[in-house]
Design a protein around this ligand. Sequence first.
Ligand code: SF4
Ligand code: SF4
Length: 291
Amino acid sequence: MTPRLFDSKTLLLTMIISIASGKGGTGKTTVATNLAFAIGKAHILDCDVEEPNSHIFIKPEITSKSPVYIPVPEIDKSKCDFCGKCAEVCAYKAIAVLKTDVLVFKELCHGCGACEYFCQKKAIKEVNRTIGYIETGEKGDLLFTGGKLNIGEAMAAPLIKEVKNRVKLQMTNIIDAPPGTSCSMIEAVTASDFCVLVTEPTPFGLNDMILSVEVLRKLHIPFGVIINRSDLGDDKTVTYCEKENIPIIMKIPFDKNIAMAYSQGKSIIEALPEYKQKFIALYEDLKERIE
Ligand code: SF4
Ligand code: SF4
């Protein structure tokens, strides 16, 4: 079973829908933001922390901004006997112990605390290292939470976890996940009630979607596929989904008005109001699948 964030009492009213894609540029954020606009009262969480862009379409009024830290070790060499235990227990090779020195590679440290726990000389204390920040805001009835990783920073997963800690109970939460199948994507989609995979009908799109399908099956997260620019490319994606019993929950044909709206930071619904009903229908379909 998918690990649950909430108890059974609140779970009934709390929904987490993640929007993911095997590769970037398939329209994941377009689907996430238009779904949020169509629902009207929802919470969108931008977990694509290396390249967040849902705020461009939501245009929230930002009401708070707070840094996110991970704890990294600081060595007190006056207490250290250079026994090497901290380096031995560090699974991420973030510490090297020399004859008379201890080197900490902070950018490799995941803040797990193992080195401090195992240091018998109490020579390690944890200090905070900023990895990025979280912004929260609102646009009408839409709530917005977005993470932004510092430039050059590798530790996306702890920031994504912090964004997800702000999931709202008794609301529909839409997670804009990072593309690909890295640990960042896994962190973002874990505990979702349903994952929407956005793809395009091209060989690259299909290849990367198959990788995402494998990850979601391992995580036991129910999922369905949206084919964007569905009238371009080939029919191999449809054939694959049929063969694998994967529901195709929406198709969005290519439309230059959609492309223009995207380039201007506008939602599809704004540019083509007839899409509002289509995204409401998608939401109803997702609710049924989750329930
Ligand atoms: S475990 Fe503690 S005492 Fe041993 S090398 Fe590391 S910091 Fe020094
Ligand atoms: S906190 Fe964990 S990851 Fe960081 S240096 Fe210590 S053992 Fe390694």
